[in-house]
Design a protein around this ligand. Structure first.
Ligand SMILES: Nc1ncnc2c1ncn2[C@@H]1O[C@H](COP(=O)(O)OP(=O)(O)OP(=O)(O)O)[C@@H](O)[C@H]1O
Ligand SMILES: [Mg+2]
Length: 264
């Protein structure tokens, strides 16, 4: 496979060290080699667009980072610490929040219950711990407000919200719990035009506050709007990496197509 990796790794404006570093990450599913020796550094406050054709290995890669799949080989460090334990709860404790397309929100619970799911606030009533719904609702409203998200009724079950509002709740949860890395798998795939815009703005807001974002998308225009860096996967390998400006859209699209046409 032809590999063209930009020679200069773009550093975040702060010059901070990499938040996430992958070295030689591989993943096999039986005979399928879904990931082949992936090296990747992600810096605080940057948006990395992870691109590639269907089956290129994008979701597998983020599942490794999020602790959902142990890698078959290679190493990962997060905040300078080696990661030896691959499970989703551990990843969340480290500050890695993943927003999958199905979002893993509890449909029948309301907005604040979703933001505090598994980490509920409690108060004491006649010496017994009970859920502090009023405080969670207040904190949830403030968290959404800080992100410029308007959801008219926070008591509404999440299952009744639109696709974009659900994304927004998931992002608010990540921000409230001080995620350092937010991974989004095709967040704009099933939302309307207005919500699409709102999600792009949320991504920019997240990055501006120092959170690193890995964004999987098939929408080139979004990449050019929000990404600092592009990584293209082709059949499990890294085919191209660099800033949108240095790569140009033609090279990126060609790199994705070569995988599909089997010419790489
Ligand atoms: N749990 C699994 N068991 C077996 N094979 C898998 C599993 N998950 C992924 N694969 C295989 O690994 C390869 C990469 O799949 P992956 O889902 O990472 O692709 P993708 O880039 O996310 O594609 P898409 O754009 O279609 O979402 C594919 O060949 C897929 O069939
Ligand atoms: Mg996928």
């Amino acid at each position: 496979m032809q590999t063209r990796t930009a020679s200069v790794q773009r550093e975040a404006p702060s010059g901070a060290p990499a938040l996430l570093s992958l070295r030689g990450i591989g993943k096999r599913f039986g005979a399928v080699e879904a990931l082949k020796g992936i090296d990747l550094d992600v810096y605080p406050g940057e948006v990395v667009a992870l691109l590639g054709d269907n089956g290129a290995g994008k979701s597998t890669l983020i599942k490794v980072i999020a602790g959902a799949h142990p890698p078959s080989g290679g190493s990962m460090t997060f905040g300078d610490q080696p990661v030896c334990q691959f499970d989703p709860r551990h990843a969340r404790e480290l500050g890695i929040e993943t927003i999958y397309q199905d979002l893993a929100l509890a449909e029948n619970l309301d907005v604040s219950a979703n933001i505090f799911l598994g980490r509920e606030m409690r108060r004491s009533r006649i010496g017994l711990p009970v859920l502090d719904d009023a405080r969670m609702r207040r904190e949830a409203a403030q968290a959404l407000d800080r992100l410029g998200i308007h959801i008219p009724d926070l008591g509404q079950a999440v299952g009744e919200l639109s696709g974009g509002q659900r994304q927004a709740v998931a992002v608010a949860r990540a921000v409230y719990w001080k995620a350092k890395l937010v991974i989004m798998d095709e967040p704009t795939a099933a939302v309307g035009v207005g919500e699409h815009e709102a999600i792009l703005e949320l991504i920019t807001t997240l990055a501006a506050s120092g959170v690193a974002v890995i964004l999987i998308t098939h929408t080139m225009a979004d990449v050019w709007r929000v990404a600092n860096r592009i990584v293209v996967l082709t059949r499990g390998g890294k085919a191209l990496e660099g800033s949108p400006e240095e790569l140009g859209e033609d090279a990126v699209v060609r790199s994705m197509l070569f995988g599909r046409q089997g010419k790489s």
